[in-house]
Design a protein around this ligand. Structure first.
Ligand SMILES: C[S@@+](CC[C@H](N)C(=O)[O-])C[C@H]1O[C@@H](n2cnc3c(N)ncnc32)[C@H](O)[C@@H]1O
Length: 366
């Protein structure tokens, strides 16, 4: 069992102080009860009602898509009694290889719950204190992280920024959303206590520039944190074969992304990028995130179930955009993908992805 963690205490809020790099214990034949998780356990709505706060799930279900507004050079803003969204008009063509459609939004919700399970409820690891005043979430997606962090710090102003206007309107009064390209010049004000970006770096062309811009606009002593998957399928006990189609799939995705200038494993090692940007106190935590219901700990089996479902959807989302650029015929692609999905469904291998948290501080004085 993971040191210090109780496999049966699925929803414990015990603090996690370290990412676990120890080997995840594998379930034996008697460890998994028949029909342990209902199929509805991987439905985003039931996950939210099971794990999310009542308030935040209400906010999330009140999503209204306003579409993209272009108003010349003016900033177009919408103010409602509980919500504010600003659409900056200079968004460029998106580089993100993953669509932000309904399937992807469900996938994001499922991953959000899985991440909180992995960290036992921690939204970040940077020591930002009890009273941050300005927090920005870059590439906020549906804004779930931003909304829930705003609930935690009612006196803070929390901003979520994304290319896509997919955030709910009815959010806590201390949250607002900006529609903008975070790869562009920074247009979000100064003196941030905390800049956060989860699963965003692998979708942008110049993560180093993003960190440099963040550094310039974080207040002295403030923090930046990134969270990303390692994107390399791993296994500690040799059960994942070297000729696995899942491994081949991730290799092909890496190849297909390279001509777009995207390095989707950039989040593995942010030390140099953060140091070059000027940050100090650079730290990281790494968590093993299982894919599939192979771990002995029930909490990790559930994470594995979510991750397997999320990965199956990711395959479908990435392929239409990426694989046409590879030298494979449509028939070859179809057959290859059928093989990948089939392996994902049936594999008994003890697969996991590393999940990295990197955080660093702007020095108090230059
Ligand atoms: C994988 S999702 C992560 C969403 C959210 N951070 C989360 O963890 O739930 C990546 C998000 O980054 C956004 N994104 C990608 N490139 C962007 C850019 N250049 N500017 C702003 N947002 C961007 C996408 O629209 C998408 O919502």
């Amino acid at each position: 069992m993971e040191p210090g963690w109780d496999a049966d205490d699925l929803w414990s809020s015990e603090e996690v102080t370290l990412g676990s790099d120890s080997q995840i214990e594998v379930a034996g034949p008697d460890d998994i009860p028949d029909g342990e998780f209902d199929p509805s356990d991987i439905d985003a709505t039931s996950i939210i009602s099971k794990f999310g706060t009542i308030a935040s799930s209400i906010y999330r279900h009140a999503t209204i898509d306003i579409g993209m507004e272009h108003v010349g050079d003016l900033v177009f803003s919408i103010h409602l009694s509980y919500a504010c969204r600003i659409v900056l008009p200079h968004c460029k063509d998106r580089l993100d290889p993953i669509p932000n459609d309904e399937t992807e939004q469900n996938r994001e919700e499922i991953k959000h719950i899985a991440f909180l399970e992995i960290t036992r409820g921690k939204y970040y690891f940077a020591p930002i204190g009890d009273n941050p005043q300005k927090i920005i979430d870059l590439g906020t997606g549906m804004g779930t992280w931003a909304i829930e962090v705003a609930d935690m710090f009612p006196s803070a102003q929390v901003v979520g920024c994304d290319l896509s206007p997919i955030q709910p309107f009815w959010v806590p009064s201390n949250v607002r959303f900006i529609i903008d390209d975070i790869g562009d010049d920074w247009a979000h004000g100064d003196n941030w206590d905390f800049v956060h970006a989860r699963q965003v770096l692998p979708t942008i062309k110049d993560p180093a520039r993003l960190c440099e811009q963040s550094f310039s606009h974080i207040k002295p002593g403030g923090w930046i944190e990134t969270q990303d998957f390692g994107a390399v399928m791993k296994c500690d006990d040799g059960t994942l074969r070297e000729d696995s189609m899942l491994i081949e799939f991730t290799t092909l995705v890496t190849q297909a992304l390279a001509p777009r200038g995207i390095n989707w494993i950039v989040g593995n090692d942010m030390e140099e990028i953060l140091r070059n940007a000027g940050f100090v106190n650079i730290q990281y935590k790494k968590f093993k995130t299982p894919i599939g219901m192979w771990p002995k700990a029930k909490r990790l089996r559930l994470v594995g179930l979510y991750m397997k479902s999320a990965f199956a959807d990711l395959i479908d989302a990435l392929v239409p955009r990426l694989f046409p650029s590879l030298s494979k015929s449509p028939q070859q692609i179809k057959e290859f993908l059928a093989g990948v999905q089939s392996e994902l469904l049936t594999t008994q291998a003890h697969i996991y992805l590393d999940y990295y948290f990197w955080y660093a501080q702007k020095p108090l004085a230059n």
